[in-house]
Design a protein around this ligand. Structure first.
Ligand SMILES: Cc1ncc(C[n+]2csc(CCOP(=O)(O)OP(=O)(O)O)c2C)c(N)n1
Ligand SMILES: [Mg+2]
Length: 382
């Protein structure tokens, strides 16, 4: 058979136009969008002893994280930050998974895990230095077992896997969690980390926030199968959780961490959620997605559904919500003031830390830069 006749009988379809075969697989949900608690035989036990106070705590975490995030977006618009990557819509996935962790667990985030950072106790103002361009990170990763934000898509899954292999060698019973996105799932680094973690039975949880978009690329362009099913081919379990349900995200992550601690190896958690805002402040999603899509997801808002549940079960009163509103505004103010007060970095710091003992070429470049700075008549430099 000639190539021509094959082509004539079976026209090739463009790779980008096919939908993944199953777009609606089962997902673990404990709270419906209307705020109703639904039973789940497998996962209920992980949240069975949760107290009303802890439920209010999860709500508070989500509200304050959203407030912080909104403030950061405004600060970018005011020219105080160069860029911001909003987590709007992903609060439940991040707070649920973040609150499942123990202090001695280790987190490897992307650049959007502001809610997880909050759970780890990283001061939110420290997240903003990199986005203002005054430092390269802003916190000590070992202070809260929360690694620096990672922009190189997917690479942190390898770091997490290596770290988890080390944890296992140390004989510790802590676990590691790596956050990444639906787009990152297409990276070779992620496939390699799946292979290594499976083969070495590393105590790591891969927490994929499928927010439906990788900048302007929809999930259909990343995969032919629901993402959580990828794990099966690597030899470990994968589960899809409603990422807008903070209780389900908490329960499923606890289960996955327990597996890791018990020597059962890696787990893939796909938190099915939605990026309600732009990819970053440099992006305009109206160019590539319909308003109706966002509106449909707004009806599944993670904060609203927990509020409905708290109200219906009399676990929170008006006083609680009013106090939280005041606390939110105070957080917004604190963040604004902290950002505006951030000192500019020393321009010459650029030349430090690349080599422990210095380097002739770096010395030359430093001298050149110093001459350039000195060339400005006001003495202030560029
Ligand atoms: C290795 C690499 N390739 C490309 C980019 C540019 N880039 C930044 S964010 C992004 C999309 C990531 O999408 P996803 O993994 O779904 O995460 P999300 O931003 O949706 O949270 C891309 C391609 C990058 N930072 N690193
Ligand atoms: Mg994404």
């Amino acid at each position: 058979m000639t190539v021509e006749s094959t082509a004539a009988r079976k026209p090739r379809r463009s790779a980008g136009t096919r939908k993944s075969p199953s777009t609606k697989p089962e997902l673990v949900q404990l709270l419906t969008p209307e705020g109703k608690r639904v039973k789940n035989a497998e996962y209920d036990k992980y949240v069975a002893d949760i107290t009303p106070e802890e439920l209010r705590g999860l709500y508070r975490d989500m509200v304050l994280t959203r407030r912080f995030d909104a403030e950061a977006t405004s600060l970018q618009r005011q020219g105080e930050l160069g860029l911001w990557a909003s987590l709007l819509g992903q609060e439940a996935a991040q707070i649920g998974s973040g609150r499942a962790l123990r202090d001695d667990d280790y987190v490897f985030p992307t650049y959007r895990e502001h809610g997880v950072a909050w759970c780890r106790g990283v001061d939110p103002t420290n997240l903003l230095g990199m986005f203002r361009g005054v430092n390269n990170g802003g916190w000590d990763p070992n202070g809260n077992n929360f690694h620096l934000y990672t922009i190189v898509i997917g690479s942190q899954t390898l770091h997490a896997t290596g770290y988890a292999m080390g944890v296992a060698k140390d004989g510790a019973d802590s676990a590691v969690i790596a956050y990444f996105g639906d787009g990152a799932s297409s990276q070779g680094d992620v496939a390699e980390s799946f292979t290594f973690s499976a083969v070495y039975n590393a105590p790591v949880v891969f927490f994929c926030q499928n927010n439906q978009w990788a900048i302007s690329e929809p999930t259909e362009k990343q995969t032919r199968v629901p993402l959580y099913q990828r794990a099966q081919g690597f030899g470990f379990p994968g589960v899809r959780v409603d990422g807008n349900d903070v209780l389900a995200s908490l329960a499923v992550t606890k289960w996955a961490l327990e597996r890791a601690r018990g020597g059962e190896g890696p787990t893939l958690v796909e938190a099915y959620t939605y990026r309600m805002g732009a990819h970053t402040t440099s992006d305009d999603p109206s160019k590539y997605r319909a308003d109706e899509e966002r509106e449909a997801w707004e009806a599944k808002d993670p904060i609203l559904r927990l509020r409905r549940y708290l109200e219906a079960s009399n676990h929170a009163d008006e006083g609680f919500f009013a106090e939280l509103e005041t606390e939110s505004e105070a957080l917004g103010r604190r963040v604004r003031e902290a950002v505006r007060a951030m000192p500019d970095p020393d321009r010459f710091a650029l030349f430090e830390h690349a080599y422990a003992d210095g380097h002739a070429l770096v010395d030359e470049e430093r001298a050149e830069f110093a001459a350039y700075q000195a060339s400005f008549t006001d003495g202030e430099g560029a």
